[in-house]
Write a new protein. Structure first.
Length: 370
């Protein structure tokens, strides 16, 4: 009897301890449990779900590691290239090859150090072999390398046709170049797995344009996702002071930066204008800025009322922003307070939503119904 009581006490304490790890999060549609699945990450930037239910996570400081389904972190995976881990630079985006189950290939984006503090956004492919990356190959380098620690872009998304979209920022000091097709600042590019320009890119036949450019006039895209019904690329980008925006990045379109924007200079001051014929208007924008990062469409069934919603992380306000859509229009916005800078948002294969927090003690959070 004594042993049974002691066992019951231990089980009770275990359940109580577990329940303390989950914070109740009341939203408009449902009350969620927010669980810290893992912590102690150094400014995590991107995550992907592996076939066995574990996670692969990049840390901006230059580390790639596994996190198990129950939150245990692996040692650093070897073979990651050197990164320029200053300011906004470092190890950034991550995506699995569509044939990952067969070829174990992943793609990473990062700020590649070149001469001194000169650096550029680069993308490499590699085979993930246990605790090592093998056969690493740089398949893309931004055409222009400069001394800057800002606006790398870096999100990676595969199309339904297995072509790779790469988002690229204007690097902060070169915003006017976002309007020039001869370079990569402020662009979305589309390439094949080997790094060659994808067939059908809109400027491939234009002598003064990069053949891999897909769309242009962007400031700094840190969120990208393929719409599950249309197959189109949805992006969001940072505005300056105000003017963060969501777009459908379509072939050959000019999204206006810095000619048009709903933002202003830091500290005040006009930048361009709000509209101009021939330049694309955003589907949705934020004034003041929320500093968006990470984006995912929710297609699961576990969280009732969130089906086909767009989920966006906010660095500035520490929020998860839930957007209801009617066609390609935002019909409702909900701000859900998380309390930490959200760097990545991914809807999981289990129907939960996972978040990475951008902190020295970065966390992997899991949101699921109570």
């Amino acid at each position: 009897m004594h042993k049974l009581s002691l066992f019951s006490l231990i089980v009770g304490l275990s359940l109580t301890t577990h329940s303390l790890l989950a914070e109740s999060l009341k939203t408009e549609k449902v009350t969620l449990d927010m669980q810290t699945l893992s912590s102690g990450l150094s400014h995590p930037w991107a995550m992907q779900f592996l076939p066995d239910g574990s996670f692969l996570v990049t840390e901006r400081t230059g580390t790639l590691r596994y996190i198990s389904k129950t939150g245990e972190k692996s040692e650093a995976i070897q073979g990651v290239p050197a990164v320029h881990a200053k300011g906004q630079g470092g190890l950034l985006g991550l995506v699995l090859d569509p044939d990952f189950a067969k070829n174990k290939t992943i793609y990473i984006s990062y700020s590649e150090p070149l001469d001194g503090d000169v650096n550029a956004t680069a993308v490499a492919s590699a085979v993930l072999d246990g605790q090592s990356l093998k056969q690493l190959k740089v398949i893309f380098r931004q055409a222009e390398a400069i001394n800057s620690n800002h606006h790398y872009g870096g999100r990676l998304v595969f199309t339904p046709a297995d072509e790779l979209f790469i988002t690229l920022g204007d690097r902060g000091s070169r915003r006017d170049d976002a309007q020039k097709l001869s370079g990569h600042f402020g662009k979305v590019v589309k390439i094949n797995k080997d790094g060659s320009a994808a067939a059908g890119n809109p400027f491939a036949a234009q002598a003064d344009a990069k053949a891999d450019v897909w769309s242009y006039g962007h400031r700094n895209i840190q969120g990208a996702a393929i719409h599950p019904q249309t197959g189109l690329l949805w992006t969001h980008e940072h505005g300056p002071q105000g003017g963060d925006e969501i777009n459908i990045a379509a072939a050959g379109k000019n999204y206006g930066w810095p000619v048009i924007t709903y933002g202003e200079e830091y500290g005040g001051g006009v930048i361009g204008q709000k509209t101009k014929e021939g330049l694309e208007q955003p589907l949705h924008y934020w004034v003041p800025s929320i500093a968006p990062s990470g984006m995912s469409f929710y297609t699961g069934s576990q969280i009732n009322g969130w089906q086909n919603n767009l989920l966006v992380g906010s660095l500035k306000f520490g929020q998860l922003v839930r957007l209801e859509l009617t066609g390609d229009k935002v019909s409702h916005e909900e701000r859900i307070r998380i309390g930490s800078r959200i760097r990545d948002v991914q809807a999981g294969p289990d129907g939960a939503v996972y978040l990475l927090t951008d902190e020295n003690d970065g966390k992997l959070l899991r949101l699921s119904p109570q």
